[in-house]
Design a protein around this ligand. Sequence first.
Ligand code: TTP
Ligand code: MG
Length: 653
Amino acid sequence: MEESESASDKPRPWQSYHTVYTNAKAGMDGVDKEKVQRVVYEMSKGSKYFENEERKEALIRQKIEHMRARAAKLSAADLSHYQKVADKRFLELDSTRDLSRIWLHVDMDAFYAAVETLSNPSLKGKPMAVGSMSMISTANYEARKFGVRAAMPGFIARELCPDLIFVPTDFKKYTYYSDLTRKVFWDYDPNFMAASLDEAYLDITKVCEERSITGAEIAEELRSRVHEETGLTCSVGVAPNRLLAKVCSDINKPNGQFVLPNDRMAVMTFISSLPIRKIGGIGKVTENILKGVFGISTCEEMLQKGSFLCALFSHSSSDFFLSVGLGLGGTDTPEARFRKSISSERTFSTTEDAALLYQKLADIAEMLSADMQKEGLSGRTLTLKLKTASFEVRTRAVTLQKYISSSDDILKHASNLLKAELPISLRLIGLRVSRFNEDKGGVLGDPTQKTLTTFFKSGDASRRTGDDQRSLGSDLSDLHFISEKETAISLDNNETCHHEFGDPFERKHLSDIDDKNCISSINACEMEKIDELSSNKTAAMVNTADVKERTTKSPKRDLSRVSEDDSSVQREPEDSNLDRLNKEPSTSGNEEFFSLNQMEMLFWVDDYKCSLCGAELPSSFVEERQEHSDFHLAERLQEEESGTGLSSLIPRL
Ligand code: TTP
Ligand code: MG
């Protein structure tokens, strides 16, 4: 930790001590930042947590130095070349801009705290936090005035705000209220994308058109309906894409809204002065590096420094940065990419003629295959659905060794399934394929995207792919700069798809759902691999115990994507993304802070509860989870060292 000098020459080491606790959340504008930093610094000084923070800081500094040195080596000719590269890419990316959609991002205000206040109105107007001495899940706006915020240890919060009232978390209650909000969201976009319990993205283009109503009016209406249904307030952002909508929903928090018109000029003006840290996917480390190496603080400066970014970062990273500078973000409804199954069925006059039934089956297999090929899907589980003359529905399924998509393959296996049912009199036949091959870019991937999978499979974060001709000296460790992004969407109630890629030192809570324009070169599968890679690197949250816990317990999800589902089709258990994550080869060769057994000390029970202290942290709060894990790790190290068996970090009550 570097010590900085104040004007009066008194050392103020806390000034350079930045943790997630010292980041401002909504409602913290007037907070005495220096005081918060000092308290956090002093409360954690000397602890293992603090040492860990120092190590992280040192690594960031090292990265900055390394990158500065590389930047300094660029000749005038290099820079002029990369300026041309950047200009060209700028135009290409700008040409993908889609201003035809209206996206709305809704985020509940001080969600857990607000729910608790509903149940106990005496809390109204008093500073309160949901959580415990070791960790706070959130704080109401009264408490935020003191610098108290989510993911902060409670004992630090109490130091900042001695009158702070603590309320224990009650996840069931939050889920109940979350469901109520989702019923409202459904009315505006039945395909809305829930990003966490209190947050969702809605494509309101259609509803605006149908009702000849503006995005602002929908936002007003939605907010008041949420209030009517729940008694809670929320804030809304409306913008041409999800990335911007998310930024906008934070602008007039709490109980407010901000609308960014679907106009290129308006977007460019909005983005020009926007601090990069406001962008989902840019966390502390990326911010520090962009600032420290290139002096980039605002989104517009991404474009001004485009030549450096193209020279020193990989294609995918520089595309992300340039996209941010252009205010591009996801506009598509990623239905196909997040689809878990695809099916086709046909009703006909009841028949028991086997030849006719096989013919129908062949037709359905063809239709299904055509649909799958349109979406680039191939799957391993084939389900046959039959409705008998007496309306009884039967299903038979087979899971194959290889992925199939051709009509011949589908028909071959479907025929075997049907054969087992004959003779039979039927009025409907359906076929469904699931367990998609996501690695091949089918469901989640985009075949046009450059794949980084090979790199991650290699498990070597510093190796260059060599396929990025454009990038001079771009080592792939820069992937970690791209985005502390997490995308979390699930297709049904109990499956969540987590895509994340980011800096190994920090994570940021989901801010955007996979942006075609914005992060086009990284597909969701790759994100997961990066997730594992970076998590291993810091002994962070996705540890083996964590993954096992999550996969074996079929955890309750706080993130869901609403989708239509054929309820009459029996569902087979499908590989969740976490299963796949678990199967990924673990990476090695990365600098690791901690040993494996240290990594295994914490996992998330039911995917949201800390196994050590019971603090509830939904999986979308990646950066906060990282901090939480670091905190426990430090606690344990401290205990081991002192032999006390008690944490010296958390004062006993
Ligand atoms: P947020 O939307 O980030 O925070 P918030 O709703 O409390 O406040 P606001 O949106 O007005 O700024 O998170 C939603 C809920 O998720 C939050 O109420 C509690 C939970 N949460 C945690 O459990 N741990 C965390 O670290 C964070 C940030 C949130
Ligand atoms: Mg919220």
